[in-house]
Design a protein around this ligand. Structure first.
Ligand SMILES: Cc1cc2nc3c(=O)[nH]c(=O)nc-3n(C[C@H](O)[C@H](O)[C@H](O)COP(=O)(O)O)c2cc1C
Length: 364
């Protein structure tokens, strides 16, 4: 690429032009969906507002590929053809406003509850993982036929996303959900070909990507949200995260959205000289390791921070999460240099009266 990309520099992925570098990352709207998982007017307007607000790429929130993969009782679903019409309304509303739109596909694995899914949560192994499951009731280990059914469910979900008019999907391989649970030696204690070496631990992700690729057209974008490191001692290392990123690229992933893997309070050693949020800093080593575009995220609220991330080559795109929940017009204002007009949210966990988009945490 020639020159330093600006916030409004377009980016083309697989022939799809994205009008600028600003991404709305996936953010579940807790309590908005009913148990059928269908999208309602409220979702359509929520995403359309951020598309009208200038975001180049919208990634619709974690959407369950199977009923037992829900992370909460109330969550968008994509496991049934009946869910396509509602999702189509979201995709079309965003595209009409000039944005490109992906939908995030997820299976929560152990990172849910019996109350949410009506059965014991599943996982690579029957071990309780801090922050994911309770010691009293560890998850149930998946059998190989069940793993194959999950892989197929991701593929079918991607085909539904394409039928609904999305430009692509993002496979959720971060934040402690099922794919991360397989990736991490902490939660994956399997002795079959899905456990042990990194190659085995990433097998689920690779097989999902292949399945998705086989069920969608050649121009359909496949993004991946990468848990580049676990925030827990003994988990996936930063070096392993780079290896996974390279394997994803080899499998034809078109876009990597960098975040963390398993939760915890062990913040990894970060590359020197990046005065940004630790999640943003995680994008740098990934971007050095691959040629596909990389998204950085993490408390980007000031346009100057977003510009610096692009200018320093930490990432190709910047995602503004809570900032864009607080101000749906964040992208337009940032691009126009109207910084002082941006309504800011620093994630105070609720009750912010200044946020024009309502409380990002759904407490409005
Ligand atoms: C309310 C809320 C819901 C979220 N839901 C998701 C999700 O569905 N999928 C996902 O990958 N990340 C999810 N995230 C993480 C965001 O995508 C983003 O990485 C995080 O908020 C950090 O960015 P920010 O500091 O700009 O908000 C969620 C974050 C918030 C605040």
């Amino acid at each position: 690429m020639i020159g330093v990309p600006q916030l409004d520099t377009p980016l083309t992925i697989k022939g799809t032009q994205i009008r600028n570098r600003i991404v709305m990352p996936p953010m579940v709207r807790f309590g908005w969906a009913d148990e059928s998982g269908k999208a309602t007017d409220r979702f359509v307007e929520h995403y359309a507002r951020r598309a009208r607000g200038g975001a180049g790429l919208i990634i619709v929130e974690a959407t369950a590929v199977m009923p037992n993969g829900k992370l909460a009782k109330s969550q968008l679903g994509i496991w049934d053809d009946e869910q396509i019409p509602g999702l189509r309304r979201i995709a079309l509303a965003c595209r009409k406003a000039g944005a490109r739109v992906l939908i995030q596909l997820n299976h929560a694995g152990a990172n849910t509850s019996r109350d949410a899914i009506g059965e014991l949560p599943v996982a690579p192994s029957a071990v309780a993982v801090p922050g994911l499951s309770s010691d009293d009731e560890p998850p149930r280990a998946l059998s190989q036929p069940e793993i194959r059914a999950i892989i197929r469910a991701f593929g079918l979900a991607a085909a539904r996303a394409e039928a609904a008019g999305f430009d692509g999907v993002e496979i959720h391989g971060a934040h402690g959900f099922l794919i991360t649970q397989f990736m991490s030696p902490i939660s994956n204690r399997r002795s079959d070909e899905y456990g042990g070496s990194l190659e085995n631990r990433m097998r689920l992700a690779i097989e999902i990507i292949r399945e998705v690729r086989g069920r969608v057209g050649p121009d359909f974008i496949i993004g991946y949200r990468l848990g580049a490191v676990d925030f827990i001692e003994g988990g996936l290392t930063r070096e392993e995260g780079r290896e996974v990123a390279q394997a994803l690229e080899k499998e034809g992933v078109d876009l990597i959205n960098v975040s963390r893997g398993l939760p915890g309070d062990s913040i990894p050693d970060l590359p020197e000289g990046y005065p940004f949020d630790c999640l943003v800093s995680l994008a740098a080593p990934v971007r050095e390791s691959v040629n596909v575009p990389v998204i950085a995220v993490g408390r980007i609220v000031e346009p100057a921070t977003a510009k610096a991330i692009l200018a320093r080559g930490i990432a190709d795109m910047v995602a503004v999460g809570r900032g864009m929940l607080a101000d749906p017009e964040w992208a337009n204002k940032a691009i126009a240099g109207r910084d002082s007009e941006i309504m800011k949210c620093y994630g105070c966990a609720g009750g912010c009266k200044r946020a024009s988009g309502g409380c990002p945490w759904g407490k409005d």
